[in-house]
Design a protein around this ligand. Structure first.
Ligand SMILES: *Cc1c(COP(=O)(O)O)cnc(C)c1O
Length: 407
């Protein structure tokens, strides 16, 4: 085997929830005892055979795992590389989010909770959570900014059909950041009967660890599938980074494969200026948001800045603590792709392979094509985190506004 194991990177945080100097638990004392219960339950159930049998059965028969590893032949020959796509877009509900939503809902049941509380931005996490809650017979409250509710009607309608309560948040900018604040406040009043199901590898310990664990199925499958097809590992792996769950889910299995380069792709949005992107690891500095320490986008006064990306699933001003750590030790390189580059990749994958990617995933595809151009013949594994159905109308409108010619 050409790839020997040389690194020794810890998958788990320390007992206080830190990955290096990032993560932790910056929350009210009142919640600490409850979070300890959740932590202990998670650490027990993650190695419990019955729990894992139940979860694996759902991942297989309900979500459709293992997701395929697809060799993108047309794209590969056009760009002079070997490009493989991990097809998370084929999952039930259309993205990787169902992986952790099922895990979180199952954990909620084991803890005897009656309700799941969650936030959502574009509505993807809300739909996945409402789906898992419907399946497991749990109540579901989804907090969503008023602005996002107007923008994301199809997802709001789906959540309602699935039986969730969608609660409109009107404070501040009335988008994702305020939705997290409101959901957390609601949870503070209900933690005895409810659980908070966060949408990415962010928030206070133990949430990043829990979501990472449930998403790590992506990399475990992909590494095995790649070895089966190629008898070797990829030269590099690529995934987009919002909060960082689909990417860490892919990366974990490869962290100790020293010869595999790892790239996290952040949204450059309109420009490198603060307020016009959501490239947290590229332009952020250390700070605390939503109960954990991470790289954070800040304005000139040092307050949390507004984040922006054309892909609403990527526009978060912080990033998962494990990513901040992996960047600090140089194991993962974080790069950027602009709105326009992502839109081009959205059409390129659609037209060369007949696969319409989510705008979030289009960032990863765009970087893969760039990398292929500079590294001819490279074996590249890209995580296709979700499908683009949700983005179709928006993209067609956007290419008019931006005067992008697609013919
Ligand atoms: C939510 C979402 C993302 C971003 O979230 P991560 O936690 O960074 O993975 C990426 N792709 C799709 C399709 C999403 O729905």
């Amino acid at each position: 085997m050409e790839n020997t194991i040389q690194n020794n990177i810890n998958i788990m945080p320390d007992e206080n929830g830190f990955f290096g100097s990032y993560g932790g638990q910056f929350i009210d004392d009142e919640l600490k005892a409850e979070f300890k219960k959740i932590t202990d339950a998670f650490l027990f159930y993650k190695d419990d055979n019955n729990f894992n049998d139940e979860l694996n059965q759902l991942l297989k028969d309900y979500a459709g795992r293992p997701s395929a590893l697809y060799y993108a032949k047309n794209l590969s020959s056009k760009y002079g590389a070997e490009i493989y796509l991990k097809r998370e877009d084929l999952n039930h509900t259309g993205a990787h989010k169902i992986n952790h939503s099922l895990g979180e809902a199952l954990l909620a049941k084991k803890l005897g909770k009656k309700k799941i509380i969650a936030e959502t931005g574009a509505g993807q996490h809300g739909v996945a959570t409402a789906t898992a809650a419907a399946l497991m017979g749990l109540e579901c409250d989804i907090y969503m900014g008023e602005v996002d509710i107007k923008k994301e009607k199809p997802n709001v309608d789906k959540m309602k059909i699935l039986g969730a309560n969608v609660i409109s948040v009107t404070s501040g900018k009335a988008t994702l950041k305020e939705a997290v604040d409101s959901a957390f406040n609601a949870y503070l009043n209900e933690y005895e009967t409810a659980i908070y199901a966060i949408g990415s590898v962010v928030g206070p310990h133990p949430f990043p660890m829990i979501v990472e664990h449930f998403q790590s199925v992506i990399g475990k499958e992909a590494r095995r599938q790649f070895l089966e097809k190629n008898n070797s590992l990829p030269d590099c792996i690529i995934a987009c980074v919002g909060g960082g769950s689909n990417s860490i889910g892919l990366f974990d299995a490869f962290l100790n494969d020293n010869n595999v380069k790892i790239f996290g792709v952040e949204p450059l949005g309109k420009s490198a200026r603060i307020g016009e992107n959501a490239a947290t690891l590229t332009y952020g500095s250390d700070g605390i948001i939503h109960g954990f320490k991470c790289k954070l986008l800040k304005d000139e006064k040092g307050n949390t800045a507004d984040a922006y990306s054309i892909a609403s699933g990527l526009d978060y001003p912080g990033a998962g603590p494990k990513h901040c750590y992996l960047q600090s030790i140089g194991r993962v390189e974080y790069v950027t792709i602009s709105d326009d580059e992502a839109i081009k990749a959205f059409f390129e994958l659609s037209r060369t392979e007949g696969i319409i990617p989510a705008l979030e995933s289009s960032h990863a595809i765009a970087y893969a094509l760039k990398y292929a151009g500079e590294n001819q013949g490279a074996k590249i594994l890209v995580n296709l985190s979700g499908r683009g159905d949700k983005d179709v109308e928006f993209v067609l409108n956007e290419i008019n506004v931006r005067h992008i010619n697609i013919n």
